[in-house]
Design a binder for this molecule. Structure first.
Ligand SMILES: C[S@@+](CC[C@H](N)C(=O)[O-])C[C@H]1O[C@@H](n2cnc3c(N)ncnc32)[C@H](O)[C@@H]1O
Length: 209
């Protein structure tokens, strides 16, 4: 890969992207009965944000979309409402994989949606096979920021788009300015450019391969 003249991101950070797995917080990596409750709450609390993000994804006709860290699968459901596109979802939580499969059972049966275990840096997806890769509200849980962004770059076709979003609201979930800057810098480092958009609920970073 061509080296760009930005500092390698994700190395100065103290709290995030240290290589540690997500905390025991059931929203960060939902597990067991508490994880199922967390998934149910996520599905209702984040539905509005997912709808806003869906509006700006601008999914091309016939696209193959990869969603990383889909949680209960609400955005997959919105994507699958478009019969021309196919969706792959990956999440490291077995609870979330099951919940998203149940929510999208008809599209899974039709073969338009596939959902499996995986993480931002391990999507088990072929090189240059995806038109759009999207991550909503999970970039702060990735063990290493740059490894995830590198994986997004690897799986995208030339001309494909990466979209990484995180909460603007509620305020308690908002990242610091430095943490948002680290995400922006990581995307710019791999993709050579990045666009930042502030939606009512989310900050959105997008880049074209
Ligand atoms: C706060 S939930 C967000 C779920 C959903 N995207 C939403 O906005 O409602 C965080 C999700 O990220 C997933 N996750 C945790 N570590 C991850 C990683 N390394 N890569 C991708 N997803 C991860 C969790 O399993 C969980 O489903």
């Amino acid at each position: 890969m061509e080296q760009r003249d930005t500092e390698r991101p994700g190395t100065r950070h103290k709290e995030l992207w240290t290589g540690e797995p997500p905390s025991a917080n059931p929203f960060a990596l939902p597990r067991g009965p508490l994880g199922r409750v967390a998934g149910w709450l996520l599905a209702s609390a984040n539905r509005g944000a997912q709808a806003e993000i869906m509006d700006v994804l601008d999914v091309p006709e016939g696209a193959h979309v990869l969603e990383v860290g889909h949680g209960p699968g609400v955005l997959i459901e919105m994507l699958a409402a478009r019969p021309d596109i196919t969706v792959t979802g990956v999440d490291p939580s077995a609870e979330m994989v099951r919940m998203a499969q149940r929510r999208n059972a008809a599209a899974v049966r039709e073969g338009r949606v596939r959902i499996r275990l995986g993480g931002a840096d391990s999507t088990c997806t072929d090189d240059e096979s995806v038109d759009l890769v999207v991550s909503v509200n999970n970039v702060a849980m990735w063990p290493r920021l740059d490894d995830g962004i590198a994986e997004f770059h690897r799986v995208l076709r030339p001309g494909g788009r990466a979209v990484v979003t995180w909460h603007r609201v509620p305020a308690r979930f908002r990242l610091t300015a430095e943490e948002f800057a680290a995400i922006e810098s990581a995307v710019r480092y791999r993709f050579g450019g990045v666009e930042r958009t502030e939606l009512p609920s989310s900050v959105v970073f997008s880049a074209t391969r």
